[in-house]
Design a protein around this ligand. Structure first.
Ligand code: CA
Length: 537
């Protein structure tokens, strides 16, 4: 394992030869007692904090690196994640392979694209019997835990402990499931998941070896319900709006016109934005979505609901009094949406802060790798949209921030193309365990050390399957390099091509123009090579 060998000298902690236990076939970790007086092997702990739908341009540390995030400049969204980034590395070209919740999670567990792990769209059932990195980490002697949003429709495997939200989970007073059964826990989901994660960490003993914890939040997933203490953030100010809020998709991009994720045309005033009716009640007997939104409010305790109504009651009354229409209405909806989204993000940010503070209090910070990521990006009004799914930048990107004291240069960036297929091999490399050859991803450890391998990938592969389905985004697949993107819509017999240098907002489809033809030919060849490499047909 050459990468592990390369990492060893820079680890501040003492190492003994028993360090490398990866690749053994034993089902249980080696339980043999450690030698008295010997230096204890200290492979790093791995804390993976993962959220749902957290767009990189909603993270302060990302914005200097994102053309499409400039409009969010100056909004203080994520002080603790930004601090983590200042002490670690920001991956500026970090992507998913299928921009939706379940598939991204399945890819992270397996290191494989959707067609190979079998989880192509939400609603699929993850085959938990297949190889996953937590199973391999356990074999390598790590204690493993999964707490929070799972969303794979089968029980977690490969964890010493798991405690997960069923399905999408609820923001308020969520149900949780572990091996003992179901229970409802009072509070806000982000806080509860953090409490459970800290509780599990408190129960671990350092002499039992390293651990890997996946702390996975529901937030900031739709429908955006922040904790009571965050409801007044940005209440008295206007947040910026993206320059593409009124994108008319006039560039002959075939898929965009048929999708259903426009703030102006598809977002729901009640379900998405919690605008109650004029007399202060919620509409009953409305759409199925409204009924679901109503149930979300009904989950609250009296005190939680009183706080909610205190915050939104006067704002809803002002909305009804204003009688907004047209673009004014869309701008209002965008403000309500973005503020609630960012309030949910603030809860996640506080979670990161609590977890990092705990590591520092316990003296574990120097020997724990902290990773912050989210399953895909999201539209914050960009192109007029909310939601994800598209291979366009806002939803193709995933945040990836890693703090690894003594290895990662604080405040650094990595511009290499990385993808969620790389997480599993990275975690195993960190642990000194082997990754099977059929895993698609590559370990990021060399990149974390600040090296730029000459043979690193020059393109990433993407494929979205969920059509027909929520938001009606057409099936597509494609390739992205450092500077260009090619997308194919097989059922529309259509292509899109973007020059990411000249047109970072992807407003002009250049496919079919004579000027773009040479690049299109190169991208098409690369796309075919990637499909062959990953065995996708
Ligand atoms: Ca998601």
């Amino acid at each position: 394992m050459p990468i592990l060998t390369a990492v060893l000298p820079v680890l501040a902690t003492a190492i003994v030869p028993s360090f490398a236990v990866g690749g053994c076939d034993a089902e249980e970790p080696d339980a043999s007692p450690r030698q008295e007086g010997a230096t204890i092997a200290r492979r790093p702990n791995i804390l993976f904090v993962f959220s749902d739908d957290h767009a990189p341009h909603a993270i302060g540390a990302y914005r200097p690196h994102l053309p499409h995030g400039a409009w969010m400049s100056g909004v203080d969204t994520t002080p603790r994640i930004d601090k983590l980034a200042s002490e670690g590395v920001v991956f500026t070209r970090s992507f998913c392979g299928n921009s939706i919740c379940g598939p991204s999670r399945a890819t992270i567990l397996t290191g494989k694209h959707s067609h190979a792990n079998g989880f192509r769209r939400n609603g699929n059932k993850f085959d938990g019997d297949q190889w996953t990195f937590p199973k391999e980490l356990r074999r390598a002697g790590y204690r493993t835990a999964m707490i929070g949003k799972w969303h794979l429709n089968s029980d977690p495997q490969g964890f010493d402990y798991w405690d997960v939200l069923p399905g999408q989970g609820h923001y308020y007073n969520p149900v949780l499931i572990n091996e003992d059964g179901r229970r409802t826990v009072e509070g806000h989901c982000t806080d509860i998941v953090t409490d459970l994660a800290l509780g599990w960490l408190e129960d671990q003993n350092e002499e039992d070896g390293p651990w890997m914890l996946m702390c996975q939040h529901k937030a900031p997933h739709r429908t955006w319900m922040p904790a009571g203490r965050h409801l007044d953030l940005w209440a008295d100010e206007d947040l910026p709006a993206p320059p593409t809020l009124f994108d008319d998709h006039a560039d002959d991009a075939p898929g965009a016109l048929t999708s259903q994720m426009s703030i102006g045309r598809h977002m729901e005033l009640f379900y998405d934005l919690f605008v109650t009716t004029e007399d202060g009640t919620v509409p009953q007997g409305g759409s199925a979505l409204d009924a679901s939104g109503y149930r979300n409010l009904k989950r609250m305790t009296e005190a939680q609901r009183a706080r909610w109504d205190e915050a939104f009651g006067p704002r809803n009354a002002a909305f009804h009094a204003a009688g907004l229409e047209g673009e004014d209405l869309v701008r209002w909806m965008h403000q309500r949406y973005l503020k609630n989204y960012l309030r949910c993000v603030r809860g996640v940010d506080e979670s990161v802060g609590r977890l990092v503070d705990w590591l520092e209090e316990k003296g574990l910070a120097d020997n724990t790798i902290v990773i912050y990521s989210s399953d895909q990006g999201f539209y914050l009004g960009d192109h007029g949209w909310y939601d994800k799914r598209w291979m366009y930048e806002e939803s193709l990107m995933m945040p990836l921030i890693v703090r690894w004291p003594g290895v990662v240069e604080p405040g650094s960036t990595v511009d290499a193309l990385v993808q969620n297929i790389d997480y599993a091999p990275t975690f195993l490399d960190i642990a000194g365990a082997e990754t099977p050859a059929n895993v698609h991803g590559e370990s990021l450890v060399r990149l974390l050390r600040g090296e730029t391998p000459e043979d690193w990938r020059d393109a990433i592969y993407y494929r979205y399957y969920e059509f027909p389905g929520a938001h009606q985004v057409a099936k597509h697949f494609g390739v992205r390099t450092a500077t260009a993107k090619l997308m194919h819509f097989p059922e529309l017999d259509a292509w899109e091509q973007y020059d990411l240098v000249a047109d970072p907002d992807e407003l002009t489809n250049v496919f079919g123009t004579p000027e773009a033809a040479p690049v299109a030919a190169e991208l098409a060849i690369r796309l075919g090579e990637l499909r062959a490499q990953y065995g996708d047909r």
